[in-house]
Write a protein that binds this ligand. Structure first.
Ligand code: ZN
Ligand code: FE
Length: 267
């Protein structure tokens, strides 16, 4: 058996923009690639072709069309396994996953762990790469500066899911599925106007958008410092919501979280 020329080729993550504001993530080693949440096949096929990559796996976080819509067409070009949530009703999933399941991504030297993160949908999962360069692929659960809407789950479920993600190592890079950052941060500033880290983040992220760059990936450290949906236990946030008449002054943290999410829906 011959040894591979490069025993452990470095992995990169490439943002493939799709629709208005989705990012489809392509994890690759220069030869093989796995795609996370391919809502559309065309931009994925184009990215694979232009870089000479072969698709070896598909990873899904939840059942919404903008995350799975491209799977049938990708499977016509590449006969690859489809990893995805066990309980989110996705027919194309061949390798169902849930909390604590480990997977080695075919074709890549990449081990991931699945986490259950219900809230946006009930079966939503996230993928974590542990180790020296930690990654999180979290679909529509945690966003840069915000979180997904509660289409199926309760505020308590989503708050617990975000707590779980916030407990990951601070250096973890957060690859979320949408470019919602600037509008999320406008809301975050209304909720926590005196947060210095947040005030510093806004112009930094705006500058990236002006240069045409994604604001994603973020990091768990930055989200812990600036994201109101992770910081919902902060007294300043509860006070701001009470002042705005959104919750009672003595509201429990989950009630504060629910009021935050509700306010953001109409912000
Ligand atoms: Zn979604
Ligand atoms: Fe989405």
């Amino acid at each position: 058996m011959s040894k591979p020329l490069i025993p452990n080729p470095a992995l990169s993550v490439l943002a493939v923009p799709a629709f208005n504001d989705n990012y489809l993530w392509l994890i690759h080693d220069g030869t093989h690639a796995a795609v996370v949440d391919p809502g559309d096949a065309q931009p994925v096929l184009a990215a694979l072709r232009s870089r000479g990559l072969t698709l070896t796996a598909i990873l899904l976080t939840h059942h919404h069309a903008d995350h799975i819509g491209g799977v049938p067409q990708l499977l016509q070009h590449y006969d690859v396994p489809v990893f995805g949530p066990r309980h989110d009703g996705i027919a194309v999933v061949t390798h169902p996953l849930g909390e604590g399941d480990q997977l080695t991504v075919p074709g890549l030297h990449l081990d991931l762990a699945a986490l259950d993160v219900p809230g946006h949908t009930l079966g939503h999962i996230a993928y974590v790469r542990n180790g020296a360069a930690p990654w999180l692929f979290c679909g529509d659960t945690l966003f840069a500066g915000g979180c997904g809407r509660l289409f199926e789950g309760t505020p308590a479920q989503m708050a617990a899911s975000l707590d779980k993600l916030a407990a990951l190592p601070p250096a973890t890079q957060v690859f979320c599925a949408h470019e919602y950052t600037l509008s999320n941060l406008r809301f975050a500033l209304a909720v926590e106007p005196s947060n210095e880290a947040l005030r510093a983040r806004v112009p930094a992220e705006a500058a990236k958008r002006e240069r045409g760059e994604p604001t994603v990936p973020s990091t768990i450290a930055l989200e812990r410092a600036t994201n109101p949906f992770i910081r919902y236990r902060e007294t300043a946030i509860a006070q701001q919501l009470a002042q705005a008449g959104k919750v009672a002054a003595d509201a429990a943290p989950v009630a504060v979280f629910a009021a935050l999410r509700e306010w953001k829906n109409h912000f």
